[in-house]
Design a protein around this ligand. Structure first.
Ligand code: 8YV
Length: 338
C-alpha cells in the first residue's frame, strides 16, 4: 500500500514531524523556507494533504492547480486563510486546532491588556533610553484593570477565558458582544452580560477583540467605532489583522481619542502600519498569543492527529467544512487504500 504524501508548509516541532513520518510519505520544510504562492502550488502538485499554518492561503485557484489534494490541516484555530467554500467544492477537507490554545491565548490577551493599560513597554523604553532621572507623581500613570469594565467582542472559547480571568481574578464587570448570546449558565460562569456592540464600545474601559475574521468583521473597528469609545479606554486585538482599520487606529492613538492599544495582529502582517510604529501609546507584539512551548506542540499534534485520522478513514477530528463528494478524490482514495 502506498502511503499518502503530505507536505508540511512550515517548520514545526520535530517530534510531530517524526510522528507524521511514521504514517506518511512526508515532505517537511525543515529550513522554514519562504515559498512564493507559485512555488507552494508547485510543491503541492503531487501531495494528498498539507499541514498549513495561518500564513498559507488555500483558495479556488490553488485547489484547481492541485487536483490530488484532499486535506489541509491548519495549525491554527483561525482558518480565514482557507476559502472553505472552494475547498468544499473541490472535495478538500479543512481542519483547525480549537481548544488546545484557548487558555494560553486568553493568558496572553490579559498580558497585553495589562501591559497596555499600565504602559509597561512605553515605560521600559523610557528607562532603557536613560531618560529616567527621578520619580514623578504622574509618571506613566495608566488605567486600572481591577474594578473596571471589560468589553469582549467575540465570546467563543478564548473570549470566555478572558471573561473568567477578568471577572474572577480582577473583579471586573464583564460585558460582551457576540452574534448569538451565550446560554444563561455560561453567562453566569463568566459573569458576563451581552450588549449591542455600540453600547459595549461606549461602556467598556477596556475592549478586547477575539472575534474570528470574516467579511462581516472586516474593519469592525473603524474610525466610527473608535469614536464611540471612551477617551480613557484601551483596545486590545488578539484576533486577526483586518478587524481593526489600522490607519484609523493610528490616528485615534495619535490624537489621544482613545488612551492606548495593544496589538498582536495587523492588517498585512508582518508589515505594520507606519502610523502605529510612530505613536508611543501602543504595545506591539508579533502574533505570539498562542506562543508557549506546550501549546505550539499541542497545536502541531492536533494538526497531525487530523491528518492521521483522516487518512485512516476515521474522519477528521476538528473539521471546518463539509467537502462535497468529488468522484476523482474518492477514486484516488480507493487507489491509495489498496
Ligand atoms: C497561530 C492563531 O500562531 O490559532 C490561531 O488562529 O492566530 C495563532 O495561534 C497562527 O495562526 C499560526 O498558525
Amino acid at each position: 500500500m502506498t502511503r499518502p504524501r503530505i507536505l508540511v508548509a512550515r517548520a514545526i516541532a520535530p517530534a510531530t514531524l517524526d510522528r507524521l513520518a511514521r504514517h506518511f510519505d512526508l515532505t517537511p520544510n525543515a529550513d522554514d523556507a519562504v515559498w512564493s504562492r507559485e512555488e507552494f502550488a508547485a510543491r503541492l502538485q503531487d501531495q494528498d494533504g498539507v499541514l498549513t499554518t495561518g500564513s498559507e492561503r488555500i483558495d479556488g485557484a490553488l485547489l484547481a492547480a492541485c487536483p490530488r489534494l484532499r486535506i489541509c490541516a491548519n495549525m491554527a484555530v483561525g482558518f480565514n486563510n482557507f476559502d472553505t467554500d472552494a475547498m468544499s467544492a473541490h472535495g478538500v477537507q479543512g481542519t483547525n486546532t480549537p481548544g488546545v490554545l484557548t487558555e494560553t491565548t486568553a493568558d496572553f490577551g490579559f498580558a497585553l491588556l495589562m501591559a497596555t493599560a499600565r504602559r509597561v513597554t512605553e515605560s521600559e523604553q523610557f528607562l532603557r533610553s536613560g531618560a529616567w532621572q527621578r520619580w514623578r507623581h504622574d509618571q506613566f500613570c495608566g488605567t486600572d484593570i481591577h474594578g473596571s469594565t471589560l468589553g469582549i467582542v467575540g465570546m467563543g472559547r478564548i473570549g470566555q477565558g478572558i471573561a473568567r480571568r477578568g471577572a474572577h481574578g480582577f473583579g471586573m464587570r464583564v460585558v460582551y458582544h457576540n452574534r448569538s448570546r451565550l446560554d444563561a449558565a455560561t453567562e453566569a460562569e463568566c459573569k458576563a452580560a451581552w450588549l449591542p456592540l455600540d453600547e459595549l464600545l461606549a461602556t467598556a474601559d477596556h475592549v478586547v477583540l477575539v472575534v474570528p475574521y470574516s467579511a462581516a468583521s472586516h474593519h469592525l473597528i473603524d474610525a466610527a467605532a473608535l469614536a464611540k469609545m471612551k477617551p480613557t479606554a484601551t483596545l486590545v486585538n488578539i484576533a486577526r489583522g483586518g478587524i481593526v482599520e489600522d490607519a484609523a487606529l493610528a490616528e485615534a492613538l495619535r490624537e489621544r481619542r482613545i488612551a492606548a492599544a495593544g496589538l498582536d495582529v495587523f492588517e498585512g502582517e508582518p508589515t505594520v502600519h507606519p502610523g502605529l510604529l510612530a505613536v508611543p501609546n501602543v504595545v506591539l507584539t508579533p502574533h505570539i498569543a498562542s506562543a508557549t512551548h506546550v501549546t505550539r506542540q499541542a497545536m502541531a499534534d492536533l494538526a497531525a492527529d487530523n491528518l492521521i485520522a483522516f487518512f485512516e478513514g476515521k474522519g477528521p477530528l476538528t473539521p471546518v467544512n463539509r467537502p462535497l463528494a468529488a468522484p476523482e478524490k474518492i477514486a484516488a482514495q480507493r487507489t491509495a487504500d489498496r
